[in-house]
Design a protein around this ligand. Sequence first.
Ligand code: SF4
Length: 281
Amino acid sequence: MPEIHEITTNRILNPTSINLGEYVINPYVGCEFACLYCYVRSNKVTGKRKDPWGDYVDIRINTPGLLEREILEKCPKTVLLGSTTECFQPVEREFQLTRKILEILNKHGVSYIILTRSPAIVDYTPLLNQGFCKKIYFTVNHFNDTFKEVLEPKSPAFSDRNKAVCVLLDAGISVIPYYSPVIPGVTDTRAVFSPFAKAERIEFEYLNFNLKNTRDIIKNISRVCPDRGMHIVRMFTEKGHYEQTWDNLDEEIEMQARVANKKYTIYRHPFGEFFRNFYFL
Ligand code: SF4
């Protein structure tokens, strides 16, 4: 169990350069899922905390009242939920902040986009179906059990995530299954479209080698599978190997998309450039 602290915050609608909304809303600080590759674990604020990422969740307990006020002041058109936390992580069951946020956004007619990997979002379907949820980017992935244990041991099972995506799609909610991070030799890319027959499009983000914690990712993969680790180290150091590996994967995904008749987008980070993630800039 993470350590839980109730805190108050001065601002809940935070301006953002992420091109998915004018403001972000993060009702929690920290995340119980503790993914090793999470870009938040080493950002300016969380990187300075003593307790390890995943061991704490701060509850921004004054979120609902603040949001009501800030909506009237700032008149947002579209907001993004969950840019630095998981809004539907287990603590939400007790604190229900995300539920209150959705009720308030619906009441004021503010559109929203959600980033999640939690099947618990399915319980919010009646709120998501009121016309203001524009899109959900639902992070799926396929790692075998060994790699899941290394990369995201506390996150929900991939099979439960796939099921949740399908339930939301069946309910008429716009969901993009989002494979991220795609790690060569670690992500199982053999059947990426088949779990999501109703999805209009699927997106893929290849591993960003310029994240601060990429070395930890490689180290931990090497620990359980030295060959894969070596392959990834070569990508890290040899531009030709880096490009060739991703080119091969591009081809594999394109071929599967053709067979499945699906649209898709791939985000590939240029070799050697600093972190310029399309969403999280
Ligand atoms: S679920 Fe999202 S916010 Fe939570 S640790 Fe994983 S990547 Fe980070």
